[in-house]
Design a protein around this ligand. Structure first.
Ligand code: PLP
Length: 469
């Protein structure tokens, strides 16, 4: 062995088990400290960024040094999404079983593309597809693909939708591309998530081509303002507005679409899970009439990140849109996962998804959804009792909070962020600034919320004092 490969050999085979144990103990320590951690890293911790800033290393170093750097310092620069006092964006926590399953899955390092590359990944993805379709009350035989997140799930579904609509007109996108293709109509709500606009632009639909339907005071599409679709129309509805958590009138829109054969896609990044609970199922009324759906298990279901799911009622349309071939590709008679997603090589995302569904079962998923909704209601009621304005009907896990004046809302939000007790993001709700609360971690309990309400009150008092100076 020459000198160079000896060096590499030494670095790679350096006590693998000791390295893993070291990483595990950092991870366990992190979890033990999570409930006490500030939801956003302190200024002091962020100064440690400088420890990572360096030129590309010329020489190798001990792998344990790298793990120590992450464990000792990287961990202090993290945002405690998975803690119970983080309410920014819609992040979701991580269930212990899902994290454990991910550790195993990452150790296995399966390539999920083909059955020939990983039978276990194929079997579990097949199961997840069946279980999720049943859990969410989607039509039998609906196909599912496991992708990175809702943005990719939406792009995937809308690609299948576009191709299917054009195929009806006799235009095969796979053969003829898009130049010169018949025009599609696209209808979305005025408050559709920005990822829908991104997906539309990626599939060749310009902003000027989109018909945007005005919304009501909760951000729901106003049916009476929607121009009637035709057979060449793609409609994107929302199960869960990113600010208010409201749901579009999905059932009514699907009924209109069905009459003309238009395609309806449901963006249910966090809200599609409402279908899994008897208490919130009414919000998703009619979803089974749609043609495709997208959601994130890393949001409401509390899977770790990288767990988006695309569903398509017509399996062939999805597979047609995602087709790929090559002399070396060994398709099998079992499930080949790459047929359902844009990616070929990818990690076996279904391992942790399966672990959650197997552990919680139908009743556990329902309890999780109900708990998040209950905590959001409790939070909003406590805030309302102490004089905050709740700007939305809290139907799911989202709360829009405002103060008596716009300036007080902005200053209160800044105070909350600096408090180190909880973290919320800001938004604009019908032209006015608002504090956005998303309850999406299983760790959020009433005790955590009580602490957060105190932080809200203190931040508002401080904002008021400063404004009266
Ligand atoms: C309604 C909605 N759609 C789409 C997305 C995009 O999801 P992702 O960040 O997983 O790509 C989000 C993200 O919060 C969302 O709330």
């Amino acid at each position: 062995m020459n000198k160079q490969s000896q060096l590499l050999e030494m670095k790679i085979t350096e006590n693998e088990a000791a390295l893993l144990k070291c990483a595990t103990s950092y991870a366990v320590e992190y979890l033990e400290q999570l409930s006490e951690m500030p939801p956003f890293p302190s200024e002091e911790s962020l100064e440690k960024c400088s420890l990572f800033e360096e030129l590309l290393p010329e020489h190798s170093c001990e792998a344990s040094q790298v793990i120590n750097l992450l464990g000792e310092h990287g961990s202090k620069m993290t945002v405690a999404h998975t803690g119970g006092r983080y309410f920014g964006f819609v992040c979701g926590g991580v269930l212990p079983v899902a994290l454990s399953a991910r550790w195993i899955a990452d150790t296995w390092d399966q390539n999920n593309a083909l059955y020939a590359m990983s039978p276990i990944a194929s079997v579990l993805e097949n199961l997840c597809e069946r279980w999720l379709v049943e859990l969410l009350h989607l039509p039998n035989h609906t196909a599912a693909g496991m992708v990175g997140g809702s943005s990719v799930a939406i792009i995937t579904a809308l690609t299948a939708a576009r191709n299917a609509i054009l195929l009806k007109t006799g235009w095969d996108v796979h053969l003829r591309g898009l130049f010169g293709a018949p025009r599609l109509r696209v209808i979305i709500g005025e408050q559709a998530h920005s990822s829908v606009l991104k997906a539309l632009s990626m599939i060749g639909i310009g902003v000027d081509m989109i018909e945007r339907v005005p919304v009501d005071e909760q951000g729901r599409m106003r049916l009476e303002c929607m121009r009637l679709p035709d057979a060449n129309t793609l409609i994107v509805v929302q199960a869960g507005n990113v600010n208010s958590g409201s749901f579009d009138p999905i059932d009514e829109i699907c009924q209109i679409a069905e009459k003309v054969g238009a395609w309806v896609h449901v963006d249910g990044a966090f809200g599609l899970w409402a279908a899994a609970s008897r208490r919130t199922k009414y919000l998703c009324k009619g979803i089974e009439r749609a043609n495709s759906w997208s959601t994130d298990a890393h949001k409401t279901l509390n899977a770790p990140y990288d767990s988006g799911i695309v569903f398509c009622k017509d399996r062939d349309q999805l597979v047609r849109a995602m087709q790929a071939s090559g002399a070396y590709i060994e398709y099998s008679s079992a499930r080949d996962n790459m047929l359902y997603t844009p990616e070929m090589s990818r990690r076996a995302r279904s391992i942790e998804l399966w672990a959650i569904l197997k552990t919680l079962g139908r009743e556990g998923v329902e309890a999780l959804v109900d708990q998040l909704c209950h905590m959001a209601t409790y939070f909003s009621e406590r805030l309302s009792d102490v004089g905050f304005i709740i700007g939305n009907e809290v139907v799911f896990n989202q709360i829009i909070v405002q103060c008596e004046s716009q300036a007080t809302t902005i200053a209160t939000l800044e105070g909350i962020k600096k408090s180190g007790v909880c973290w919320c993001g800001g938004t604009t709700w019908f032209g006015k600034p608002a504090i956005r609360v998303s309850v999406s971690s299983w760790r959020t309990d009433e005790e955590a919320i009580d602490l957060c309400v105190d932080a809200f009150i203190s931040a508002r008092e401080c904002a008021r004092r400063n404004s009266s100076k």
